[in-house]
Design a protein around this ligand. Structure first.
Ligand code: TXA
Ligand code: MG
Length: 355
């Protein structure tokens, strides 16, 4: 299959440009499109056959449910068995935006879309191309991130092309995404709302709107990695670059020393080594490739650059990667959740080593 790459000017979307994409979706085909978080791989969410194609193209296990993307709150009502009051409050505050809500599904939603679950994940994305595609197609669009299963999520159309070329009919190129990590997922099917995947919308932001406590799934907290996460997708090693990635935590100078020592060890064995640093530290490493993820205080930039950098290391074919850790105040939890998974939970703490 030939994959058509269609450039779209997000500030001036022409209906004609989206017509063909919308038609592909209506006919049960796949279209990759930009959202504000990462690129999605879309298909008609209410068609069993269409959803199946997504799993095939991604090589994704069929028990890992998809997120249904909508462009109007009414569409949530149309596929949910009941709409909790919290869903309305959160939609008012954060939709369109990087928040996915889990509610009980009704019979319109096929089990293929929900990976066999009785609940469904729903999100209204805040991206003009995504919203226009949903509207123009007249469908609800099931869309996981548009990467091959296990790879870092795509934040640019070229990343999608690398993974999906020849497998899907069309990629809509709306440029680089704004946020760079996937949406926050909150489960509203129990008495206390629970975050199943941290993201740009934080626990504090949810609690402020709801006026009550929101829990975080213990299965996604770094030091509780023995617990099984509630979102099926969170259990897979994922977001991973090809090379072995290790995080090094601790005080800045000690981290730099430790990483440089580790790099030297690997280089002595003839290995090619990469380092993920920040603007403040990038000149203090001696490795084959040193990339800055952004300024240490600019957590939006850190989130936006993370997956692109992991993919760059793949292209450079490094054997090992060492990264500083980025426990920034607001979205640090989401950033570290992705990095920890990419690293398969390999973390070195410099303080501990000194004891
Ligand atoms: O930002 C995003 O959410 C992006 C863009 C494209 O919208 N999409 C995305 O989809 O990240 P995906 O499929 O890569 O991740 C969806 C996650 C998976 O971990 C899946 O297990 C979980 O959501 N999920 C989906 N439906 C669920 C459900 N009913 N119950 C629990 N977890 C669910
Ligand atoms: Mg994904």
């Amino acid at each position: 299959m030939q994959t058509k790459l269609v450039k779209i000017d997000c500030k001036n979307i022409k209906k004609d440009e989206l017509k063909e994409a919308a038609e592909i979706i209506r006919e049960g085909g796949l279209v990759a499109f930009p959202t504000e978080t990462v690129y999605g791989l879309g298909a008609d969410a209410l068609s069993r056959e269409a959803a199946k194609k997504i799993y095939e193209a991604k090589g994704r296990p069929s028990d890992n449910p998809l997120i249904v993307h909508i462009c109007d709150f009414k569409e949530l009502v149309s596929i949910a068995r009941e709409v909790p009051a919290e869903a309305e409050q959160l939609a008012k505050a954060f939709w369109p935006g990087p928040l996915t809500m889990i509610v009980w599904k009704n019979d319109r939603v096929p089990y293929t879309t929900t990976g066999g679950m009785d609940t469904v994940a729903i999100r209204m994305p805040n991206h003009p191309v995504a919203l226009a595609l949903i509207r123009e197609s007249g469908c609800l669009i099931a869309a996981p991130s548009a990467n091959t299963s296990g790879k870092p999520s795509p934040t640019e159309a070229s990343h999608v092309a690398l993974d999906m070329d020849g497998k899907i009919p069309m990629i809509l190129d709306g440029g680089a995404v704004g946020i760079g990590i996937e949406s926050t997922i909150v489960d509203l099917t129990e008495d206390v709302p629970m975050i199943l995947r941290p993201g740009y919308i934080t626990k504090g932001m949810l609690e402020e709107v709801l006026g009550k406590e929101v829990k975080v799934d213990p299965g996604i907290i770094a030091d509780a990695s023995d617990k099984k996460p509630k979102a099926p997708g969170m259990k897979y090693k994922h977001y991973a670059p090809k090379a072995d990635l290790v995080l090094v935590e601790g005080e800045e100078v000690a981290v730099i020393q430790k990483i440089n020592a580790l790099v030297l060890e690997k280089q002595k064995k003839g290995e090619k080594v990469g380092v993920i640093a920040t603007d403040e530290t990038k000149n203090r490493y001696q490795a084959d490739y040193v990339v800055s993820i952004g300024a240490r205080t600019d957590e939006d930039a850190i989130a936006r650059h993370l997956y692109k950098i992991l993919r760059e290391f793949d292209a450079w074919e490094v054997d090992a990667i060492y990264s500083e850790s980025f426990a920034t105040p607001r979205i640090g939890q989401a950033i570290m959740n992705r990095l920890m998974k990419a690293a398969g939970h390999q973390v070195l703490t410099t303080e501990q080593e000194r004891d």
